[in-house]
Design a protein. Structure first.
Length: 296
């Protein structure tokens, strides 16, 4: 089962969260028929959204990460609920590039670097809280680190990774976020940076040793203890009722044109590709309810 584990160290001045998300990313791969590069890009974004979303305290809150770097993959969207359950999609799921010279997937080249990473937190208030940063590398983790440090003013380090098998299935996926709380000694930063620099490759650790090994390597030399463990999964909240609601906000003249065409229509969910079909008669009923709502 995929999960998020949270821990603290250095008398609470260091907070760290680790996510293991192989099943979640594999589910996204199957739904969207992702290329290896697209799978790595979306998988990393899903992991980042889950880590940030699960940290929110407000029930029914949600967090959305949007990335558009001008690359051939197009936009990436990942949405997390307050429990860390995520869903997402990429604009061009078939986008794939040759491996980099170091043999790794060229996520940065596919995403691009000429654009923004935007995080939107919907806490159920009138307006969501939105923060954005310019992309640093398009590799997702570095960009998310920049967002946390610049936009939220929290010294942070983030690592995210997806290991794709030869048959394109997912061997490992996950990552971590480690942050320093206000008042932390400067020496803590240097020690953490050294540990992160010296640690083994992220996906190798996840695949061979598991989440606990990430805490051991990143928090080497610190007394640390876990404070919570939470199950997460790929979860879409679409329903026929939500699609009906979306159809009622279409311009009445456009909805009438669809009705006049006399054919059934299918509406696909961007997050899970589930299709919902509507007959002309059902659309007429929706238009009638739209008219009643407009009259109130």
């Amino acid at each position: 089962m995929d999960k998020i584990i949270r821990a603290t160290a250095a008398d609470g001045f260091i907070k760290m969260a680790v996510i293991t998300a192989r099943d979640t990313v594999e589910r996204a791969r199957q739904i969207h028929k992702l290329s290896p590069t697209a799978c790595a890009a979306l998988g990393r974004t899903l992991c980042g959204a889950s880590l940030l979303g699960q940290a929110m305290k407000e029930e029914k809150a949600s967090l959305t990460i949007r990335i558009n770097g001008g690359g051939p993959m197009g936009s990436i969207v990942a949405v997390s609920d307050h429990e860390g359950n995520v869903r997402g999609y990429v604009e061009n799921p078939r986008c794939d590039l040759p491996l980099r010279l170091d043999g790794k997937l060229d996520v940065g080249g596919a995403v691009g670097r000429d654009g923004m990473l935007t995080v939107s937190r919907d806490l159920g208030m009138r307006e969501p809280y939105i923060g954005s940063v310019e992309l640093v590398s398009g590799e997702i983790a570095e960009d998310l680190t920049a967002y946390l440090t610049e936009s939220e003013q929290v010294p942070s380090a983030c690592a995210l990774g997806v290991l794709v098998n030869i048959d394109r299935t997912i061997l490992a996926a996950g990552g971590f976020v480690v942050q320093l709380m206000p008042g932390a000694d400067e020496e803590l930063i240097g020690k953490l940076e050294e540990n992160i620099f010296m640690m083994d490759q992220l996906t190798t650790v996840l695949n061979e040793d598991g989440a606990e090994a990430l805490f051991t390597q990143v928090l080497k030399g610190f007394d640390w203890h876990t404070v919570g463990e939470y199950l997460v999964e790929y979860r879409c909240y679409c329903s026929r009722e939500r699609v009906e609601q979306a159809l009622t906000v279409i311009d009445p003249s456009e909805l009438q044109e669809i009705i006049d065409d006399g054919k059934d229509i299918s509406v696909s969910c961007q997050f899970c590709d589930r299709e919902y079909s509507f007959s002309p008669a059902e659309l007429i009923q929706l238009k009638a309810s739209q008219s009643k709502t407009d009259a109130v």
